[in-house]
Design a binder for this molecule. Sequence first.
Ligand SMILES: Cc1ncc(COP(=O)(O)O)c(C=O)c1O
Length: 391
Amino acid sequence: MQPSSNAAARRRESRAEKVAGLLPPPNPWILQLHFTSYRELCPIQDLLPRHLPLVRLDANENGLGPSPLALEAIRRAADEAHRYPEIAGEGLRELIASEIGASPEQIVVGNGSTELLELLFHVYVRNRQEEVVVPRYSFPLYELLAQRFGCHLRLAPDRGFSVDLESLRRAITPRTRLVFLANPNNPTGTRVDNAALLDFAESLPPRVLLALDEAYADFLEHPPDLVASVRDGAPIVALRTFSKLHSLASLRIGYALAPREIACAIQKASLPTNTNGIAHQAATAALRDKPHQKQSKENVRVGRLRLERCFEELGLDWLPSSANFMMVRIPQAEEVWKALVRRGVLVRSLEGWGLPGWLRVTVGSPEELLLFFGGLHEAIREVLPRQRVLV
Ligand SMILES: Cc1ncc(COP(=O)(O)O)c(C=O)c1O
């Protein structure tokens, strides 16, 4: 660097320091949060190839893409983008209720199910003495929210890689307000038995609510029938999303199904225009497009079989999955993961989720899976030249 540009850099730094000194300091507990951003969780920027298209199998998205009816609805709704959306997504709420056989008062729409998870904390977690219970291996957002709301998180050990309802029950204390359970679970892809799940919910101590995260339940062959239990007041809030089956992740739209009193409280905690009109129209069209839903499910079913075959051929351990992703154990997984990223193939390393040695792979489109298979073979040859690669 030239001497003059050095001096300019020093001047800029000292100006930045002065300005920073005048700005209001953030709350100290905010600065202490970890998991502040997706990038911090997945530091891949330096590894990404510059000129290769990316194969994105790291976020459990749906490679099929949105339904053509939803795309048409998005185009039409875009013409109305200058208008505020319907308050509380009234029309969508009614359609969801009629589709699943619930009443509209039991449904709340949210900016993705992520927002609804946050709203549950607003509604139920009042102070630092209160606790939430989560399975040992589960969606990291639950922990992130517990940190943000300053409440204590109790981890319930799993059995193998399956959620253990008994251990969740044992983790509950008089301070517990919420129990989080994703079914199927992320990142393991495992599910719990329907009858056991409903028994678990019915037998929760008073004042404890089951937050049943059903982001992937659309991929279950026999999902639990929650509507009757919820209508009868079972302490369950089911959280559902249009991001997975319906492939509308970018539009941020999901909903909660809950007993009326609870739904009413969640609705009160949400801001009136939390969801947008384009998402309402897209979700409405997606709900009506049954052939697209069928195709989505079929792609995931067939894609999982192809992934299983690939892992078997490579002699790798994997977990049977009920969702649109699979967990696979690979020797030197971090190195294999980096070798994949360098080839533009993104999957999720689970080291930061407490699962070193494991990767999570989304069941992408047939084309994406082909690129993944090619990348995985190359990455394994590079990192593990002695691994027996049979194909
Ligand atoms: C278990 C689970 N819940 C919720 C979400 C977030 O869904 P949404 O896009 O509706 O916010 C995800 C996203 O991957 C997830 O894995």
